[in-house]
Ligand binder design. Structure first.
Ligand code: ADP
Length: 311
């Protein structure tokens, strides 16, 4: 069953098109990743899906219903973990989750059980009487998630939930996402960390400049570049590299610069390594490093856009 269907969605801020004619559909049980650099339009897309913003045009259906007509009933099925932590710092963990539970209409015994379940799930039950202001960044992120799942939503939307936290807390969150998904929750997960998308997501849309550039499982995405190889050459002074000469080497498709590295995408079938080295070598330049890059989503993004996800 399709839980989310988006058709021709457009959102402009004055002349700036933040979401540029996006269409996608998300099946039940998926962890759907929206991967793209800062400013790609991820948060705007999430705000549109949650009806916090209204589109200029396009259509969004959630669980088969148009959000313009059935917002109230749809909202009960959605949990949102916003990018900016939305908590009351002088409330305890318990009180924060209670506030959100009540917003969703939970009361009495049902509410209390739901709060404890959400806090237990995010490993915060022991500290439920502590105020949020005493929490670390990672704990705040987890409490943010507890608030979003207290009403047991069918769909959980997480907008860059691991920004600015330590690796341990990030792992905890990623484990929690997997566990929720196993319980049947469909998840939409935006990130600019391609490792997160790779390890978590069953399907990934790579976005840039408000557009979906490509969509598929991580293996399908990697297949896009399977006929290419990417060579990374570290040099001591990038300004002494003659890019024009390199561009003319047989098989070279694209060249980009990453700090003091020249990153050359070329066709896999052409044996051009010695020619590349010959063209790059000159007396004013020392090569420090030379390696073929492993194919990752970062490589896919690089090969499709000519730039890195994180600059
Ligand atoms: P992401 O979440 O991928 O970082 P955003 O959706 O926040 O991207 O932003 C997409 C584009 O829309 C960017 O160019 C950003 O500057 C612009 N934008 C986002 N929010 C606003 C706003 N409230 N007013 C004007 N422009 C905005």
């Amino acid at each position: 069953m399709k839980v989310i269907e988006i058709k021709d969605l457009v959102k402009k801020y004055d002349d700036n098109i933040a979401v540029d004619n996006i269409s996608l559909s998300i099946e039940e049980g998926e962890i759907y990743g929206i991967l793209g650099p800062n400013g790609a339009g991820k948060s705007t897309a999430i705000s549109l899906i949650c009806s916090l913003l209204f589109p200029n045009s396009g259509e969004i259906k959630i669980l088969g219903q148009d959000i313009r007509k059935n917002l109230k009933s749809i909202k009960r099925n959605i949990g949102l973990v916003p990018q900016n932590i939305a908590l009351y710092r002088n409330f305890t963990a318990y009180e924060n989750v209670k506030f959100f539970g009540e917003l969703y209409g939970l009361r009495g015994k049902k509410l209390n059980e739901a709060i404890d379940n959400a806090l237990e799930f995010t490993e915060l039950l022991d500290v439920k009487k502590k105020k949020a202001e005493e929490f670390s960044g990672g704990m705040l992120r987890r409490l943010n998630i507890a608030c979003a799942i207290v009403h047991s939503p069918k769909i959980l939307i997480m907008d860059e939930p691991t920004v600015g936290i330590d690796p341990q807390s990030r792992n905890n969150i990623m484990q929690a996402v997997k566990k929720l998904n196993k319980k049947g929750v469909t998840i939409i997960y935006t990130t600019h960390y391609m490792e997160e998308a790779e390890s978590l997501c069953t399907k990934i849309a790579i976005v840039d400049n408000g557009k979906i550039i490509v969509e598929g499982t991580k293996d399908e995405l990697k297949d896009i570049v399977s006929d290419k190889k990417i060579l990374n050459i570290g040099v001591d002074n990038i300004y002494n590299v003659n890019l024009e000469l390199l561009r003319n080497v047989e098989g070279v498709i694209d060249i980009s610069i990453d700090n003091n590295n020249v990153v050359i995408t070329s066709s896999k079938d052409v044996n051009n390594l010695s020619k590349i080295i010959k063209e790059i070598s000159n007396e004013d330049l020392k090569i420090n490093d030379l390696a073929f890059k492993e194919i990752t989503l970062e490589t896919v993004f690089l090969s499709l856009t000519g730039k890195k996800i994180r600059d």
